[in-house]
Design a protein around this ligand. Structure first.
Ligand code: KIV
Length: 263
């Protein structure tokens, strides 16, 4: 098994796993200094491309952005989301996962659970494709965004689903928008690490969409903590640039290139 993946698994019950998303090299190279995992998430559909949901993002989009992200990564584990429709059955799933891995040299892929695709995970793992699972709110399969695991029955179903994903061979699992009590139970009962988003601090690690925590996505549900209002900082810089260009203050002679001087 990939050494970086073993390192992630070994963090369970020892130290928290830090993860964020990236879609490009410039962001990835900053995250790489701090993150254990960098995910090229299909959230790029909403965040970057402005689509209503994640469904229209293509395998080619995922590969293209991963190639950029990979250029900024030296240390973190690079995980790539398989887009909707790219893992319909075990044959298609293996073919597309191998395509992503061969083209981008990423470390692992992530697939969302539809409560039935455990055999697909197992087939991929048997073919030496490292898989991260994803349960709870799964945007590729669910229409309604909201809390998951809010009744005893639903909590038990989520636990069963997580255990089946672990049994299928996934090396970790994302818990999205799962009630704290359910996250705690799942994390306690699984040997593989759980990575939470909107799923409390009981998980073994956390992930956020980077654009959300930087304050440039415009999407800030309760579980997102904005660590900076980057939108305001960018706006300030753009406003200053505009004023300077219109006032003929930029470029100043300091920004002139050296060249022949004519009279
Ligand atoms: O696509 C994504 O960014 C994700 C995270 C929210 C876990 O799947």
């Amino acid at each position: 098994m990939n050494k970086k993946i073993i390192k992630i698994i070994n963090k369970k019950n020892k130290s928290k796993i830090v993860s964020l998303t990236a879609y490009s090299k410039n962001i990835a190279q900053i995250l790489d200094k701090y993150c254990d995992i960098i995910l090229v998430g299909d959230s790029m559909a909403n965040v970057l491309y402005g689509f209503e949901n994640t469904h229209k993002i293509t395998l080619q989009n995922m590969i293209q952005h991963t190639l950029s992200v990979k250029k900024g990564i030296k240390n973190s584990l690079l995980v790539v989301d398989m887009p909707k429709g790219s893992y319909k059955n075990k044959f298609v799933a293996k073919k597309n996962a191998k395509l992503i891995i061969n083209k981008t040299k990423c470390d692992a892929i992530k697939i969302e659970s539809n409560k039935k695709n455990f055999d697909i995970i197992n087939e991929m793992v048997k073919s030496k494709i490292p898989v991260m699972g994803h349960i709870g709110y799964t945007p590729q399969f669910k229409k309604k965004f909201g809390i998951e695991g809010d009744t005893k029955k639903k909590i038990n179903e989520l636990l069963k689903e997580a255990l089946l994903i672990e049994k299928a061979g996934a090396f970790s699992i994302v818990l999205e928008c799962i009630a704290p009590v359910a996250s705690k139970l799942i994390t306690k009962n699984l040997k593989i690490p759980t990575i939470g988003i909107g799923s409390s601090s009981y998980c073994d690690g956390q992930i956020l969409v980077t654009d959300d925590m930087l304050g440039i996505s415009g999407f800030y549900p309760k579980f997102v903590k904005k660590y900076v209002a980057l939108d305001r900082i960018i706006e300030k810089a753009v406003k200053k640039y505009t004023t300077e260009v219109r006032g003929n203050k930029f470029p100043s002679t300091k920004n002139f290139l050296n060249g022949p001087k004519f009279r």
